[in-house]
Design a binder for this molecule. Structure first.
Ligand code: C5P
Length: 288
């Protein structure tokens, strides 16, 4: 058994997000291309003591059972009767309530970390299965890289490495609840849906124009209704030369995809003076 471990927990964006239908369990059936980005939390795990404790440098996330990382640790501790206890420290760099799977990626890192600390020898699929109990995005965060997600987000087909995406990510000073956005989603109001088959073809060919044409998120109009600032950010990023702008997940984060890193850097240099939570990011692949 190891005593301590430090893990990176990358954020996720949705390059496409389509809702296929509403399920009887209250969730929505999705088809979405998910991609990790190099905006990362850092997770410190120390074994010792009798129970699970969680702390963070951020006052915005719960330091108790409300934290998905705590729930993930608790799940593994009760399933495998683990001891001694665990101290979890989360260095928060990913914006909270942003549509970037910040809570899910911390939980994923804790699951991966406990597997390693306690030599549980669980396979990735088993870890993902456990992760799906904690949240819909957790299995993707365990898998990493880029993937096509189906079901409620937990049925994953990994994608080969695609073109490196150079992006500016902006989070307005506003948080959205995923549950609320899905609750207000109405299938009959959707005007534009991504064609994931066309997106994946463009992905294989590293065709940026083809990719940009299919980067669509059916939740965008719902979230813009709650936070009109999302549209303003999209317009601003367009003006700054983005090839495409898109809200991530249920929002309110917006990404602008640029053809070159230099263009992205230039746009970021301007928009960061207006939005405190602005980041220059790129895609993060398995093994990065
Ligand atoms: O799975 P997770 O707890 O992250 O989901 C948060 C909320 O988002 C769910 O309670 C549900 O209301 C909504 N959701 C959904 N369909 C999905 C994923 C999430 O309706 N595929």
């Amino acid at each position: 058994m190891k005593m301590q471990l430090v893990l990176e927990a990358p954020a996720k964006i949705n390059l496409t997000l389509n809702v296929i239908g509403k399920r009887t369990d209250g969730y929505h059936e999705l088809e979405s291309v998910m991609q990790q980005i190099n905006l990362r939390d850092k997770i410190f795990l120390h074994t010792g003591g009798n129970d699970i404790k969680i702390a963070s440098n951020s006052a915005q996330i719960p330091d108790n059972e409300g934290n998905l990382a705590f729930q993930a640790a608790k799940l593994l501790y009760s399933k495998f009767s683990l001891n001694p206890g665990l101290q979890i420290f989360i260095e928060k760099n990913i914006p909270v309530g942003a549509g970037l799977a910040g809570g899910s990626t911390d939980a994923a890192a804790v699951i991966i970390g406990i597997n390693e600390l306690f030599d549980l020898h669980l396979q990735r699929e088993e870890l993902m299965q456990l992760g799906s109990i904690i949240g819909s995005d957790v299995p993707f965060c365990i898998l990493g890289g880029a993937a096509l997600a189906r079901g409620r987000g937990e049925i994953l087909s990994p994608l080969p490495e695609g073109p490196r995406l150079e992006m500016v990510l902006v989070k307005p000073d506003f948080q959205l609840s995923t549950g609320e956005v899905y609750r207000d989603f109405r299938m009959e109001r959707v005007e534009e849906r991504p064609d994931n088959t066309a997106f994946l073809e463009a992905w294989r060919q590293c065709d940026m124009i083809g990719l940009a044409a299919e980067m669509k998120n059916v939740l965008e109009t719902v979230s813009i209704g709650k936070c009109p600032e999302i549209q303003l950010i999209k317009d601003k990023l367009d003006t700054l030369g983005a090839l495409k702008t898109l809200m991530s997940g249920s929002g309110p984060s917006v990404v602008g995809v640029f053809t070159h890193r230099d263009e992205a850097r230039k746009a970021w240099g301007i928009i960061k003076d207006q939005y405190r939570e602005s980041y220059l990011v790129s895609s993060y692949n398995r093994g990065d």
